[in-house]
Design a protein around this ligand. Structure first.
Ligand SMILES: NC(=O)c1ccc[n+]([C@@H]2O[C@H](COP(=O)([O-])OP(=O)(O)OC[C@H]3O[C@@H](n4cnc5c(N)ncnc54)[C@H](O)[C@@H]3O)[C@@H](O)[C@H]2O)c1
Length: 260
């Protein structure tokens, strides 16, 4: 029960990773606030979590809309008291497109949600986190550290999330607030099920077939991650077990980053 009495906010809380993170933190004693733009998915995730509203709440907000995020954080404070932790898991993917063909409005949207949305989420939580000496985990991707075919806007956005994490970690360090970046490899969630239809490694040979299996050969451990494995790493970074760790990237990728 290492998060006993903690109040932890998860953006993208109704996504595959967000829900697994919520389940893990609840099991460790936390109260969780799931923040997501998708109200229907939020209600379904809360129903699957199956806990009392005193343990988990869902708040509809768009991380790129600072006013809606401020309202969500006021609700968190009124319901649970000041947040002791934040995970920024809200994000959107890119459909495969070469850099010279990518639609610039789509480029803007991906970077807006993935980068600016992360910035906004952290800054609306800033005062609450300072008051609790809390901790933040951002969610980038294994693509933060290396290029991926036809994924320029997503990879650039995730490299930005990694760097933003260090900027924010530095500026929050005088307040005792730690900020670290989780870099997941391919993980079995709705996002990757969608990506499998258009964006797998087979995109080079036009052999994308919708199967998650297509991602497996490039992963040294020979399989995709389960969202619970990302949740375990996020829980570690949030917890006092990581009390002297700030500004790092933690790759949870089955070994992909070790081979470049
Ligand atoms: N699944 C993977 O293989 C993988 C790998 C590396 C990184 N990631 C990253 O992990 C994070 C979680 O991904 P996932 O696989 O759970 O995806 P997902 O699509 O299942 O969940 C993402 C959630 O974010 C929400 N969201 C999107 N835009 C939002 C906004 N502006 N405001 C609030 N909520 C918003 C969506 O409604 C959705 O519930 C994302 O940032 C993703 O880029 C995923």
């Amino acid at each position: 029960m290492r998060f006993s009495d903690d109040a932890i906010v998860i953006t993208g809380g109704s996504g595959g990773m967000g829900e697994a993170m919520a389940r893990r933190l609840l099991a460790d004693g936390a109260r969780v606030a799931l923040v997501d733009v998708n109200e229907e998915a939020l209600n379904s995730a809360l129903a699957r979590l199956g806990v009392e509203s005193s343990q988990a709440v869902g708040l509809v907000a768009d991380t790129t809309n600072e006013e809606s995020m401020k309202r969500a954080m006021s609700e968190v404070a009124a319901t649970f008291g000041s947040a002791t932790g934040l995970i920024t898991a809200a994000g959107i993917r890119q459909t495969a497109a070469l850099f010279h063909e990518i639609d610039l409005d789509r480029w803007d949207l991906i970077n807006k949600v993935n980068v600016m949305g992360t910035l906004v989420a952290i800054r609306v939580c800033r005062e609450q986190l300072i008051s609790t000496k809390g901790s933040v985990v951002t969610v980038a991707s294994v693509t933060a550290g290396g290029a991926r075919w036809a994924q320029s806007s997503y990879a650039v956005s995730k490299a930005s999330v990694s760097h933003l994490t260090k900027q924010v970690a530095l500026e929050l360090s005088p307040h005792g607030v730690r900020v670290n970046c989780l870099c997941p490899g391919v993980t079995n969630t709705p996002m990757i099920a969608e990506a499998a239809k258009t964006d797998g490694p087979g995109v080079l040979e036009a052999k994308v077939n919708g199967s998650l299996e297509q991602f497996r050969p490039g992963i040294p451990l020979g399989r995709l991650a389960e969202p619970e494995e990302q949740a375990a790493a996020a829980a570690f970074l949030l917890s006092s077990d990581a009390s002297f760790i700030t500004g790092i990237d933690l790759y949870v990728d089955g070994g992909v980053s070790m081979i470049g």
